[in-house]
Write a protein that binds this ligand. Structure first.
Ligand SMILES: *Cc1c(COP(=O)(O)O)cnc(C)c1O
Length: 394
């Protein structure tokens, strides 16, 4: 079996075509032109219903959703916002964009928030963003409890976690607001796009206005109208709206989500079992209570030098499988030391050690078992080539 294409995003279901053609004919691409039921408004209703949230607001990206969430919390300038030290650069960037200061929390070698460091830093911050990086869920019971006890609002960055559940509850519904991405390499592909969900009418009313519902366009959102009256003309308009065209690409993918999630999980667990047979590779276990929705796999290399890690990635690359070692690619956007736009960027020894050994391989959910085997064979052969006495399988 030859290697599959691991780079392409999910194709768009054919069902999207008729609606896209209709929009091209009418030119009705702006979400607020129609009196009701614009594709963006329908997406919001469907997405909120699917996740069990009261309100949804579709926007231009998950970064925009995170930014609007922070603005809706009405944090003072320079408020400190606790974020994991392992996430995508979009997260500290959204904090900076909202005129706040990112405070970085250590992350363990299982890619989850280190609760000891979290507890120590929580009293020093005014808000928290938990980023479920690559879909890995931290202990949300402990985190929600600590934030609740301290009266500190928590936002979930569920950009890459759509379809994950925590004790049966949808990720993104645990915090005050949950933010998701429709960028091409997420579970639902619209090229660009994001959505935020919440049960709080006051938070969503502010986010709706700031997203660009100028004048009385907020009346086209099914939110208690009273929530808007106090914000009319009080908030800046950042114009981060979603276009109808994006919604038309996203909506026909929603019914495919459940299958994508279960295929992705089956693929991930199959590959994880094969990689774990190698003494040099360890795929961290999910936390109990977590049902993941993976479209990639992360594993830690162990017992290898920096040079061996580099050689392994190069050997796999040469054989056609791109392995990203988060901490070893120059300028990697997921390595905290590259977020040099943060004032007084701290050192996080534990997170750094993890990033120097954590590998990332895309596993598009459409792959079939022989294709997965071809990928794993490349990875195991690459380990054989660089580690003197292969000890796997013993
Ligand atoms: C993709 C991603 C983002 C950013 O999403 P955009 O829609 O591209 O802004 C933020 N956080 C995580 C964890 C991501 O994976």
């Amino acid at each position: 079996m030859s290697l599959p294409n691991m780079h392409d995003a999910e194709p768009i279901p054919k069902a999207a075509r008729a609606e896209i053609d209709r929009l091209m004919q009418s030119g009705d691409l702006f979400r607020y032109t129609a009196a009701e039921n614009s594709p963006v408004a329908l997406l919001e209703a469907e997405f909120a219903g699917m996740l069990g949230a009261k309100y949804a607001l579709a926007v231009s990206s998950c970064s925009a959703a995170l930014f609007l969430s922070l603005k809706a919390l009405r944090l003072p300038r320079d408020a400190r916002v606790l974020i994991p030290g392992f996430t995508f650069a979009a997260v500290p960037s959204a904090v900076i964009h909202a005129d706040c200061l990112p405070v970085l929390c250590e992350v363990g070698d299982n890619y989850r928030v280190d609760l000891k460091d979290f507890a120590a830093k929580l009293p020093t911050v005014q808000a928290v963003i938990i980023s479920h990086m690559r879909g890995h869920t931290s202990d949300m019971d402990a985190i929600a409890q600590m934030c609740g006890d301290a009266g500190i609002p928590m936002i979930e960055d569920a950009a890459h976690s759509l379809g994950t559940t925590w004790h049966g509850r949808n990720i993104g519904t645990i915090g005050a607001m949950g933010c998701f991405s429709f960028q091409s390499y997420k579970m639902i592909n619209a090229g660009e796009g994001g959505i935020l969900i919440t049960d709080d009418p006051d938070l969503v009313a502010q986010a709706i206005i700031m997203s660009g519902a100028y004048e009385h366009n907020w009346k086209k959102h099914p939110v208690l109208q009273g929530a808007f009256s106090k914000w009319q003309n009080q908030l800046p308009l950042y114009n981060l709206r979603m276009s109808n065209l994006s919604a038309a690409v996203i909506r026909p993918q929603l019914p495919h989500l459940a299958k994508r999630v279960s295929d992705g999980r089956t693929n991930h667990d199959y590959v994880a079992a094969r990689l774990n047979a190698s003494m040099y590779m360890a795929v961290p276990e999910p936390l109990s209570g977590e049902d993941r929705a993976p479209d990639s796999i992360q594993f830690n290399l162990q017992g290898l030098s920096d040079e061996q890690v580099r050689n392994f990635a190069a050997a796999a690359d040469a054989a056609g499988v791109k392995v990203q070692v988060f901490g070893m690619n120059a300028d990697n956007a997921r390595a905290f030391w590259n977020w040099q736009f943060i004032p007084n960027l701290p050192e996080l020894p534990q997170t750094r050690a993890m990033l120097m050994r954590a590998c990332d391989v895309r596993l598009p959910v459409r792959l079939k078992q022989p294709e997965l085997d071809a990928i794993v064979d490349v990875l195991l052969t690459a380990i054989d080539a660089i580690a003197p006495n292969p000890r796997y399988g013993t």
